[in-house]
Ligand binder design. Sequence first.
Ligand code: AMP
Length: 369
Amino acid sequence: MIKLHDKYFKPFVSAKEIDAALQRMANEIAADVGDEIPVFVGVLNGSFMVVSDFVKKYPKPCEVTFIKLASYEGVKSSDDIQRLIGLTQDLTGRTVIILEDIIDTGKTLAEIHRIFKNENVKALKIATLFYKPEAYKKDFKLHYIGIEIPNKFIVGYGLDYDGLGRDLPEVYQIKQTQHMTNLVLFGPPGAGKGTQAEFLKEKYNLVHISTGDVFRYNMKNDTALGMLAKSFIEKGQLVPDQVTIDMLNAEVEKNADANGFIFDGFPRTNAQAEALDKLMDSKDSQINAMIALEVDDEVLVKRLLERGKTSGRKDDADETVIRNRIKVYYDETAILKDYYAAQDKYFGVDGIGGIEEITERLSTVINKL
Ligand code: AMP
């Protein structure tokens, strides 16, 4: 991932893929042109890299020249293209091939056709490395296309974002969501995840998603999801993965503009951790850290029985259910420590002490991310 000015970009087309596309175009054009010597016309600024690499691959003699066009900055009219350097040689009777880095709306192309209207060239052909079919609004034929791309902003390989990025040897795409901080708050039942999440979400402006809370809300409102989850929850067992994963995805989608998330009670299995990675990936984001609150079992049992007196939670009232939840944690969930440790994302924090003191310990980890 790279940052240019205020925006983040992710790798999109590698130098190798660009190289292969240019090679293909060079071969195709050479075959069509035959023994004639074509004039390749680069459109500055963006096409300087394309032209340089393309002509090195062109297998036969050719000529190279440039024109320089620019859009009028800040002017709404979409056809306002300024001609900064026009043609500087007579191209009468020649086969001219325009080399573009990218064609999106096609407004530059309209100006190019205006430039060549009275030049009496033998043929005018258009070649472009990148083409955005969804954005293209003109009818001019495009003779040679390297790579079709979706209608997303790209930089690199001659293309810039406000002046930066032209020098990059590969192409990057703008990130869908800009910078997010995503935390997994981890630990056995009763470790204090919910309590701490309430403080951290305010402090770091994050959205807190507790899968346990979402299940309880659904149970309280007798939704289909609530009824399905109820039998598992009351025994202290895990709700099946697919049900939980679908619910979590929906909760994240409800908060599409979030600065980031605190996941509390999720993931609890490997399948859930993998689903979470996939979800974050679809948002061009990732889990930054798993922060685990470490608390002794006997302290947990005591805390949960105490909480059960006021929480109204059936699974907090019965010591057997509580012990089963802790057992499930060690049998099924604790393995996730390895999952995140393998990515250097696991941070253990002592979960015994005053609430504020523990918030401080957690903040120390988060501030270093
Ligand atoms: P919690 O409030 O996190 O202790 O969750 C209460 C109960 O909800 C758990 O004992 C499970 O039955 C269920 N639950 C919560 N999150 C998950 C999850 N990620 N996967 C499966 N079951 C869950």
